[in-house]
Design a protein around this ligand. Structure first.
Ligand code: GUN
Length: 300
């Protein structure tokens, strides 16, 4: 069994990003600028966003955090989004999810200019992804693809079982791994809450991507000997052993599953750090106008 070290991989990519930023600055360009919009004070979102901002600083990106009260109306939030869409000094921005229930998430996602949608959630970016056109690939699947690539994991013709159909992870992951490229060319099965007898399906998997948010859901008897297991779960549970009072638990019963695997990601230190990398790489692409080449000054 080989552990897939997302922390070390993310550190190596951070070095690469840092040196690209330094070259940009040396040629008179400004650093890439990411803005995060945070509505309300959900504990997990606070942690995720503060890690995103911290990592921006580490690689030399500019970053800004815009906080709004949970009572903000949908119209007010869309006004803020319009302002960011039209701000030439903002390369990309994200609206951290979840949002309060009175705000319609698809409406907010659609209000973000595709050129600045570094989460890759806008229907145009998702559509382009399905067509294998240049797009911002959602950060978590993007991070997972890079782990598979950097660990030279064979995906061609493999049966990949994705568990969870969220628009942030499961759905884009299933599309990406079925594309005719590497990492990809998998035969993909997407399991979700209505799937019957998930264990009988996961047992046939060469690659399992668990993204359901249920601690320890994947047990050893659900995994084939030699499988690759990618754990996207990040449930926060209270703990007296950590300074924060929380610890992160994955979707995989790591202790018992690990010994059956050829490769497995730990939690923490697996997919989590790579998600931030995916976001920063998208922000760099936005600053360099790689995906939408003519996206220039869009104000007025
Ligand atoms: N909430 C959980 N993951 C994400 C993410 O990748 N992007 C945004 N915007 N919100 C999230």
């Amino acid at each position: 069994m080989q552990l897939i070290d997302g922390k070390a991989t993310s550190q190596a990519i951070k070095e690469e990003l840092r040196s690209v930023v330094q070259k940009m600055l040396a040629t008179g360009k400004r650093a890439p600028h990411l803005v995060a919009v945070l509505v309300g004070n959900d504990g997990a979102s606070e942690t995720y966003v503060s890690n995103k901002m911290k990592t921006c600083k580490e690689v030399g990106f500019d970053s800004s955090l815009l906080r709004f009260d949970p009572s903000i109306t949908e119209e007010e939030l869309i006004q803020e989004i319009d302002r960011l869409n039209n701000d030439d000094k903002v390369d990309g921005f994200i609206v951290q999810l979840p949002l309060p229930s009175h705000i319609n998430v698809p409406k907010i996602t659609e209000a973000i200019l595709p050129e600045k949608d570094v989460d890759g959630f806008h229907p145009i970016n998702i559509g382009r992804m399905t067509q294998q056109m240049p797009c911002y690939v959602p950060a978590t699947p993007k991070g997972i693809l890079q782990l598979l690539e950097r660990y030279d994991i064979d995906t061609i013709g493999k049966h990949c079982v994705v568990i969870g159909r969220s628009s942030i992870v499961g759905t884009p992951m299933s599309i990406l791994l079925s594309r005719n490229t590497y990492p990809g060319n998998c035969t993909v099965t997407l399991c979700h809450s209505q799937t019957k007898d998930i264990g009988s399906i996961t047992k046939q998997a060469d690659i399992i991507i668990a993204a359901i948010g249920r601690p320890g859901f994947i047990k050893a008897d659900m995994v084939k000997q030699g499988a690759v297991v990618i754990d996207v779960g990040m449930t926060r549970i209270t703990s007296s052993e950590t300074k924060s009072g929380f610890r992160l638990v994955g979707d995989v019963d790591f202790k018992n599953v690990a010994e059956k695997c050829s490769f497995i990601t730990p939690v923490p230190g697996g997919v989590g750090p790579m998600t931030i990398i995916g976001l920063l790489q998208n922000t760099l692409l936005a600053a360099q106008k790689v995906i939408y080449k003519n996206a220039g000054s869009i104000s007025n």
